[in-house]
Design a protein around this ligand. Structure first.
Ligand code: ADP
Length: 698
């Protein structure tokens, strides 16, 4: 198992959120792009459609006007004589063709001449003033429609040309259709003759039949056809005169003759600048029985007004947004992975330190290896250097046996510059190697382990040292007690001899000094003995009824010589009859210690010893007028070896009050002090009359 940390890292790598966001955002961007692009194109098409429709309408209207002109001419000439060139010119002038229908090139009349009438017709026209006249092209045909009168509206000459309109296919088709329908007909595109040298231009004709008798069926019309009024046009003129240059700048126009795929009869110059793929629209235009196809294409000028940049802007915005979102997601994912890793790491370290806080080194280390092998690695080994040799604790895969180890971390266990052993973590072949963070974690684990091993060892050593000290104190004080006791007896003997007057005065005085010091020595040795007893919990109490007032009087009497030497007076207020269940020697020790401190720290000042009842307890008060104690030391002075005076001025171990407190507590009581520097000190001891409770005794 690669461990929880490793799987957290793998989860981070597996996090597909950024990829998913990338794909979704790109898809959304593509959709947005397509939608905006479509919208822009629809808008462009709408503009193109609008401009195209307007142009197509204008062309249609213009053509309709031409048709109307032909109809008007036909109406004018239908009943009367054949229109002469002058008639036609007059008509054009009358209706102001050039003003109202610019683009009409010529207005003409072609007369139907049947085959046999040809010679007579030619002769008649020649005699009427056109000596050169003859039907062209020559040759014998069934019928002819020579142009007998024609007015060119640009003023480039007039008169009959004799050109047979039926001799040419396009013209003939239009003439015959108009004859058969009795309507104005348009020709297909044809090349109009231009002035000499000029290029032929695509144009068309509109023609209308003139009958000998109006009405009747097709046969009657064919029989009664007399001739045709016709007008010719150039397509280029039609467009340029109809559509303003402004329109042609926005749309390029191509006109095809026919409903589809006919020959191109016009192409506007703006077609040159048109980009391939530009939107285009096709409009059919019906002209006197023929169909033209108008192909409009948007020019750059039209597209310039469009918002072509919009799709690209949307694309760019989408991509930017995608990048931003993906980065955010990546950050989020790596932050989440990092948080997971550090949570796992914190848990591992917390679990490890909880385990290691146990002073049971062996079981703690065993469980630590199990923890590490279960979370950070596949196997964990802790080796400790011990005076007896190397001690090993292992869990999971054994690093020594794991030949195919994928990765190994070995960290020395070092505490206070001493190498205690080594921590080894191993990952087997199937897992990946340790990364930097995991190696760092292994280091931390090793530090923690070393510290706890070191602490446990220090604790054991300290414990051992304390035990040795207590043993020594106990033995030493016992050993000291024996010679001291006999010394005390001897000194007491000397004192009694002196009282009997058996000892010379100088020796007696010296003996007295010796006695005092031996007593002091005995008290110090007692303190040491108590220290070892209390420290090792071997303080035995001998509980019995004790009369406190009586005991206090005894102690006070014992202090007489000392008080005199120190220049102190002792006043006592002793409530009689206070009998409690106590240990007589220990209570004696309490009073003695407090009085001796009062003498020691209050030399030259009066001392008061008082006894009172307080509920179920006896209250013992010892008050002196000595140096007093600063408030911050009030708690501390009851601790072992704690003192609030300097060694130089006052000797002592700092054990007296500690022993007193422990004795008072062992009797179920409390002790406290009230004092201020220079104001003396008052110690209050409260002892329950019932003695220590069963619990306290235990
Ligand atoms: P020792 O007297 O040997 O120093 P004790 O445990 O008896 O040890 O007292 C602890 C400390 O409390 C003393 O060192 C002293 O500073 C302070 N002390 C105790 N009794 C008095 C007192 N009556 N007046 C002033 N200081 C006192």
């Amino acid at each position: 198992m690669p461990g929880a940390l490793a799987s957290a890292a793998a989860a981070a790598r597996r996090n597909r959120a950024p990829l998913l966001i990338l794909v979704l955002c790109l898809a959304a961007t593509a959709t947005l792009y397509a939608a905006v692009d479509r919208a822009v194109r629809v808008e462009e098409r709408a503009r193109l459609g609008e401009v195209s429709a307007r142009a197509a309408d204008a062309l249609h209207d213009r053509l309709e006007a031409y048709v109307a002109t032909i109809r008007a001419a036909r109406g004018l000439f239908r009943g009367g004589r054949e229109p002469t060139t002058a008639d036609l010119a007059d008509f054009a002038r009358a209706i102001e063709v050039e003003r109202h229908e610019p683009g009409v090139r010529a207005l003409g009349y072609a007369k139907l001449v049947r085959g046999p009438e040809r010679a007579a017709h030619e002769a008649q026209v020649r005699s009427a003033g056109l000596p050169e006249y003859r039907i062209q092209p020559g040759g014998d045909r069934e019928a002819y429609a020579p142009v007998v009168s024609i007015a060119f509206l640009d003023g480039k000459g007039q008169g009959g040309t004799g050109f047979d309109m039926l001799s040419e296919g396009a013209r003939r088709a239009a003439f015959e259709r108009s004859r058969d329908d009795g309507q104005v007909a348009a020709s297909e595109t044809l090349q109009l003759e231009q002035e000499e040298g000029a290029r032929q231009q695509p144009g068309f004709l509109l023609c209308a039949p003139l009958f000998a008798r109006e009405g009747g069926d097709l046969a009657l019309r064919r029989a009664g056809i007399r001739g045709w009024i016709f007008a010719s046009f150039q397509v280029a003129d039609l467009v340029s005169l109809t559509l303003p240059a402004r329109s042609l700048a926005l749309i390029a126009l191509e006109i095809e003759d026919g409903a589809s795929a006919g020959p191109t009869i016009f192409r506007s110059s703006s077609m040159v600048g048109v980009a391939t793929g530009s939107p285009e629209s096709r409009v059919s235009l019906d002209v006197a029985g023929r169909t033209w196809t108008l192909r409009f294409i948007a020019t750059p000028a039209l597209l310039a007004g469009s918002r072509r940049w919009l799709p690209r802007a949307a694309l760019l915005a989408g991509i930017l947004f995608t990048v931003l979102l993906v980065r955010l997601a990546q950050g989020e994912a790596s932050a989440a992975a990092e948080a997971r890793r550090s949570a796992l790491r914190a848990r591992l370290l917390a679990d490890a330190s909880a385990l290691l806080s146990s002073l049971e080194e062996r079981s703690a280390l065993k469980r630590l290896t199990a923890l590490a092998a279960g979370s950070l690695a596949d196997g964990c080994l802790v080796e400790l250097l011990d005076p007896r040799g190397l001690v090993r604790f292992a869990s999971g895969a054994d690093p020594a046996a794991a030949a195919g180890a994928a990765s190994l971390v070995q960290v020395p266990l070092r505490a206070r510059d001493e190498v205690l052993g080594e921590l080894t973590l191993v990952r087997t072949g199937s897992s990946r190697g340790f990364d930097a963070a995991e190696r760092e974690l292994a280091l931390e684990l090793a530090r923690l382990t070393a510290m706890s091993v070191d602490t446990a060892r220090l604790y054991r050593r300290a414990h051992e040292a304390v035990r040795l000290r207590d043993d020594f104190l106990s033995v030493a004080s016992h050993e000291l007690k024996t010679p001291l006791t006999s010394l005390l007896l001897q000194v007491e003997g000397l004192r009694m001899a002196r009282e009997r007057g058996n000892v010379p005065e100088p020796i007696a005085r010296k003996a007295e000094v010796i006695r005092r010091n031996v007593e002091r020595l005995a008290r110090l040795v007692d303190s040491l003995l108590d220290l070892s007893r209390i420290g090792s919990g071997r303080l035995d109490l001998d509980l019995e009824p004790v009369d406190l007032a009586e005991l206090a009087r005894e102690v006070a009497a014992r202090f007489e010589p000392e008080l005199v030497r120190a220049g102190c007076t002792l006043s006592t207020v002793l409530e009689p009859g206070l009998v409690g269940r106590w240990d007589r020697l220990r209570v004696d020790q309490i009073v003695t210690n407090l009085l001796s401190n009062a003498v020691k720290y209050g030399a030259g000042h009066p001392i008061a010893l008082e006894l009172a009842v307080g509920g179920e307890s006896a209250i013992l008060t010892v008050r002196d007028g000595g140096i007093g104690i600063a408030a911050d030391a009030h708690g501390r002075i009851f601790e072992r070896f704690e003192r609030a005076v300097s060694e130089r001025h006052y000797g002592g171990f700092g054990l007296g009050l500690w022993i007193v407190r422990r004795l008072v507590e062992s009797l179920g009581g409390t002790i406290r002090v009230e004092s201020a520097p220079g104001q003396g000190a008052t110690f209050f001891v409260e002892l329950p009359l019932a003695g220590p409770s069963a619990q306290a005794e235990a």
